[in-house]
Design a protein around this ligand. Sequence first.
Ligand SMILES: Cc1ncc(COP(=O)(O)O)c(C=O)c1O
Length: 454
Amino acid sequence: MSEKKILLTENEIPDRWYNIMADMPNKPLPPLNPETNEPIGPEALAPIFPMGLIQQEVSTERWIEIPDQVRDIYKIWRPTPLFRAYSFEKFLDTPAKIFYKYEGVSPAGSHKPNTSVAQAYYNKQEGVKKIVTETGAGQWGSALALACNMFDMECEVFMVRLSYDQKPYRKVMMNTWGATVHPSPSELTAAGRKILEQDPNSPGSLGIAISEAIETAVQDETTKYALGSVLNHVLLHQTVVGQEAVLQMEKAGELPDIIIAPFGGGSNFAGLTFPFLRLNLTEGKKIRAIASEPASCPKLTRGVFRYDFGDTIGMTPLLPMYTLGHNFVPAPIHAGGLRYHGAGVIVSQLLKDKLIEARAHKQLECFEAGINFAKTEGIIPAPEATHGIATAVQEAIKCKEEGVSRTILFNLCGHGNFDMSAYQSYFEGKLEEHELTSTEIENSLAELSTPTIS
Ligand SMILES: Cc1ncc(COP(=O)(O)O)c(C=O)c1O
């Protein structure tokens, strides 16, 4: 057996982020003003984001330098290890070589601090005192709480009610880093009150929590909003993951045939895959990139490509993306971070152009894959991360059936140590399967009156 884990030194932490916009054959369509349906400029984002991040949002520069202060903080957990899953391969009895990049070693337990630290840095630079955000699984809220604490800023988090109840210790973790946490929908905002009027028992969703966070942020000049996924600058920051992985795979003497990552809004997927897609786009490599989403929230595999709001109430600009409709409230599955109706515009354009693929998995299949992974490789994955493992299992089994060995790399984007209630439900046989019917999808999409894209 050769090396189990491929490590890099601190000097090998990337010193720039990779912006795939520079190499995309078709750039995403512009965001639109929902009042006029006309393209908006970057200035429209100024009330909620600092200029440093807005510039990154619209940049087409291929490489963007990482500030030293951000890179210094990255050193707490970066470079992250890349492992060869020998035991999992053996368990699956596959000729495939399976590798995984492990982002669960960050203090918050996932890839999210790669962007929260960068976002806190640019906010601090511009005198912001407080950042408000939403969180689904609690991973993003924890990551932002950590980062705000490091830059001595306040942090307020609207946490999707379902996760708030399922994961009380994620809330305590955020409190430990000094953040205030509210369950969403809440009575604190007009957006929350509107949802509660319609459904007092609403489990909440990322879309609703985003509306509440934006509404709170715009009320004070020294407060800004931060998003943990979807937007271009968030995807950009995550590319440290894939840049390291390219180097680590080189050290392992391998180029992956297939790269896989779970998909909520696209940030960990972009983080792992964009630096490899660069090799496809600029060097003619043919690496397949697969986004793994839940069958209960299948925007990439069963949604439509059209303009839609990023939040439920309709406070964001209209974005060109794959969506199930901004009113769509996903079933209460345990992968809270994947319960989002839409997808980032860059990833959506790449899917439209068939430069990436997507696959949906049911909840039980994911947990089974995650538990088999935990039993063989040791790490207990976050429920979100089990979706990527489920795709890797399918591909490894295909290798066995076809009698070929392919090299598979997936992003183990977070650990599941705070997700024991989900695992407990699985073991007690209480986890339900959720797969949307076509009628449910049609009904949700029928409510959309946003511009279509031909
Ligand atoms: C562990 C984990 N993985 C994946 C996601 C999905 O988000 P994204 O698609 O931005 O990576 C989340 C979101 O909260 C998460 O917590």
